[in-house]
Design a protein around this ligand. Sequence first.
Ligand SMILES: Nc1ncnc2c1ncn2[C@@H]1O[C@H](COP(=O)(O)OP(=O)(O)OP(=O)(O)O)[C@@H](O)[C@H]1O
Ligand SMILES: [Mg+2]
Length: 294
Amino acid sequence: MALIRVNSLEKTFRLKTKRFKALNGMSFEIEQGEILGFLGPNGAGKSTTIKIMMDLIRADSGSVEIAGVDSRNPEAKKNIGFMPENPQYFDTLTGFDLLIFTASVFGIDKKQASKKAWQLLEEFGLKEAAKRPIRKYSKGMIQRVGFAAALIHEPQILILDEPMSGLDPIGRILFKNKMKELNEKGVTIFFSSHIIPDIEDICSRVLIVNKGKAIKSLTREEIKFMTTTGFNVIIDRCIDELNCAKISGNLYSIESKKDELIAVLKRIESYNVKIVDIEPVKKDLEEVFVELIK
Ligand SMILES: Nc1ncnc2c1ncn2[C@@H]1O[C@H](COP(=O)(O)OP(=O)(O)OP(=O)(O)O)[C@@H](O)[C@H]1O
Ligand SMILES: [Mg+2]
């Protein structure tokens, strides 16, 4: 059974006389234990969907169920760690205060909260800055304290809206490792991102959205295979009749399109050469994404 069900969300924003349909039948499911990436161009409706999932705004129609509970029921959020797209924290609070405040919202006792807060602040490289007000934090530090706050109650589900935007490469690696580590412990993670390599690195599945609806779901394995455009067949001597390219020494390569590999192998067979390797030729997930959006 799916852990989260997003059912046919519709949302139109009204600005004076103008109307804009941000969600147009957004539907998908999130399975227990997956890391699902939410990928789509600017304005596709990712943040709107996430805000509805967190009951920060209401859909015109459709529903979201979290572990069988309607997302409009506060019970549904008890087990979720959430990071909004542009966090606006009370910036006179220190990083430590923010974590303690968040812990109190979840009813965690002070002693336990303090222990967990220091542990998280250390993990996210904020120990030195823990007692500084958040208004003095850099963008990356705000992202870090936001992620730490999302983890204070040890949630089993994480919903993160562009968690890695504004982070330096060290911060991105830290976040990705933390996400992988939590996922290995059973935490289900749903996050939006524009950074395709980050999605490729950690997601078990990617959901591609455009114009207010989910248009394609691709598992890690499907991505791996659908980015293959052809093969390089590596052989141990040149065959003049076939289009060979020298690699080095006695190694030569013959290019084959994805659906012509069998024909190429059959042609090679009659020349009594040794096939050393067959390497897939890949295109970027970015190209696949652009083709799907088009
Ligand atoms: N409060 C609002 N009032 C009016 N229009 C809005 C509001 N919130 C979102 N929109 C519009 O709804 C559409 C979807 O916005 P949303 O923020 O969900 O996109 P997104 O996929 O998160 O984009 P991005 O990748 O840029 O974060 C956009 O065209 C946006 O302008
Ligand atoms: Mg957004």
